[in-house]
Design a protein around this ligand. Structure first.
Ligand SMILES: C[S@@+](CC[C@H](N)C(=O)[O-])C[C@H]1O[C@@H](n2cnc3c(N)ncnc32)[C@H](O)[C@@H]1O
Length: 275
């Protein structure tokens, strides 16, 4: 195990793959059929040998990482908030900031039953993490322009035993009139001119539809906000958004919008109220 890890880290370093050590360790955990990182430390301490199939699996993983494929796609699963999600390219890999949005929404909504929409659901991370914490009887309607994303969200919902997830991607706003207590969305929000500066991991493997937010990064967010008043109901009518750090300030002149900072102190979240 020690030799395999050392050789893999050296090969990744040589190819200038980012986070060589962390990538190799995580891929080794999965090649060993384990789920926590301490398993590699234990295997090294006990001078464990890789058997032939573990060695073949690990080599195949490293070959993929050498092409800059993200570790999350290679292992096919990722932990998000309190749920374990399946992942598949090109659906966006959930980012840690989005876990912060889950907590903001839960703090705001409280512990009552909710019927909400997750617009731009991707892997389903936001909606499923919320549904996992909300009381029984709650439901999430997942919407995405990517059919792969909707299928992955449904698969993740089934695996997690969260049956109240519905696909409304082909329904119009009219058909969803008054259907939701609130909406959550992590829309594509990167201004088009900034896309070229992204890492190869992102550009080569993740769906451009998940990234490109148009000229100011707010094109999809504004489309959503235009339809929101029709589909919201109840007395709070909030739309929670994850945005680029320039986003909340751009929305404030046109909407009743409160912004929130992420753990790095950046203004990355907004709640637009239509009540
Ligand atoms: C930034 S990703 C977020 C995915 C997931 N919610 C997450 O947090 O990881 C944006 C998602 O919005 C979807 N999307 C882009 N434009 C859309 C539109 N006009 N209507 C619905 N979904 C859209 C993309 O396919 C992508 O899955």
């Amino acid at each position: 195990v020690r030799t395999a890890l050392r050789d893999a880290v050296a090969a990744l370093h040589k190819a200038k793959v980012p986070e060589a050590q962390a990538s190799a360790e995580w891929l080794l955990v999965h090649a060993l059929g384990e789920s926590d990182r301490n398993s590699v430390t234990r295997a090294i301490a006990t001078k464990r040998d890789l058997d032939a199939s573990e060695q073949a699996q690990f080599s195949a993983f490293i070959e993929r990482r050498l092409t800059r494929e993200p570790v999350q796609y290679i292992v096919g699963t990722w932990a998000f908030h309190d749920v374990e999600l399946e992942l598949e390219p090109p659906t966006l890999i959930p980012r840690p900031e989005t876990e912060e949005l889950v907590d903001l929404v839960l703090d705001w909504w409280g512990s009552s039953t909710a019927h909400f929409a997750d617009v731009g659901c991707g892997s389903g991370c936001l909606g499923l993490a919320l549904l996992n914490k909300l009381p029984e009887g709650s439901s999430c309607t997942a919407i995405d322009i990517s059919q792969e994303a909707v299928s992955l969200s449904k698969r993740n919902a089934k695996k997690l035993g969260l049956s109240s997830v519905y696909d409304a991607s082909r329904q119009s706003a009219d058909q969803l009139e008054g259907a939701f207590d609130f909406i959550v969305s992590n829309p594509p929000y990167i201004p088009s001119q900034d896309l070229r500066g992204l890492d190869a991991e992102v550009v080569d493997f993740e769906d451009p539809r998940a990234l490109d937010g148009g000229a100011d990064g707010l094109v999809v967010a504004r489309q959503l906000l235009a339809r929101a008043p029709l589909v919201l109901r109840g007395d709070r009518k909030g739309v929670w958004l994850e945005l680029d750090e320039t986003g909340p300030a751009l929305l404030k002149p046109s909407f009743a919008c409160e912004s929130f900072v992420d753990l790095a102190g950046k203004e990355r979240f907004a709640r637009v109220d239509f009540s």
